[in-house]
Design a protein around this ligand. Structure first.
Ligand code: GLN
Length: 226
């Protein structure tokens, strides 16, 4: 790994949006979470020092395309559209998009979202799903937590967001719930600049090792209580 070229010599720069618990979020002056810790382990295996760049979610892919960051790790779901712009590692986690509503909502399943106002985080797969709902109004936020805040204040009727993040965001809030019926499964992976085979190979190798060492499970357990 010694000859691996990165944006900054000796560093592995990860672009993320640290508003996405339990994957990446602020804790005091630090950015912590499942992705942050896995990235730290990958960097260690590559003999590099991890540096986290916290930007808007819609800016994480541009960061690697423009060569400011080595990789995106941001609870990012693999999609065909994103594959046009970046290359993805092997997947390291699964999710589904869920719907958060008020306890007394008349929305009980995705079909009931028609004509409703839906809060989403800008640039996410949840936003894309919302755009597919017939006659829905969409309110975009920079942070999922702001969408949830709007739900509490009755400014939106529902929020569509990744399952574990939904759980983390509603944890200390009463009067809102996650619906049982969710959307299709998605998979999280690390993205690198298109054609950066060298780095991608090293990331995949590190991920495979971390998996077989049980390290990924251990990190997930620390942040997601079963
Ligand atoms: N998994 C979703 C996506 O890839 C949301 C990610 C996020 O908000 N950090 O679009």
């Amino acid at each position: 790994a010694g000859s691996l070229q990165t944006v900054k010599k000796g560093k592995l720069i990860m672009a993320t949006n640290a508003e996405f618990p339990p994957y990446e979020f602020h804790e005091g002056d630090d950015i912590v979470g499942i992705d942050a810790e896995i990235a730290g382990e990958i960097a260690k295996k590559l003999g590099l020092e991890l540096e986290i760049e916290d930007v808007a979610f819609s800016a994480v892919i541009p960061e690697v395309i423009s060569g400011k960051a080595d990789m995106v790790m941001a609870g990012m779901s693999v999609t065909e559209e994103r594959k046009q712009n970046v290359d993805f590692s092997k997947t390291y986690a699964d999710t589904v998009q869920v719907i958060i509503v008020k306890d007394n909502s008349d929305i009980a399943k995705p079909e009931h979202l028609e004509k409703k106002t839906i809060g989403v985080q800008e640039g996410t797969t949840g936003a894309i799903l919302a755009e597919g709902v017939k006659d829905a109004n969409i309110e975009s936020y920079n942070k999922g937590v702001d969408a949830v805040q709007s739900l509490i204040q009755n400014k939106v009727d529902a929020v569509i967001i990744d399952e574990e993040t939904a759980k983390a965001l509603i944890k200390d809030t009463s009067g809102i719930k996650i619906l049982d019926t969710a959307f299709a499964k998605e998979e999280y992976a690390i993205a690198v600049k298109k054609g950066n085979k060298e780095l991608l190979t090293q990331i995949d190798k590190a991920l495979a090792e971390l998996e077989s060492e049980g390290k990924i499970k251990e990190i997930v357990k620390k942040y997601i209580k079963a």
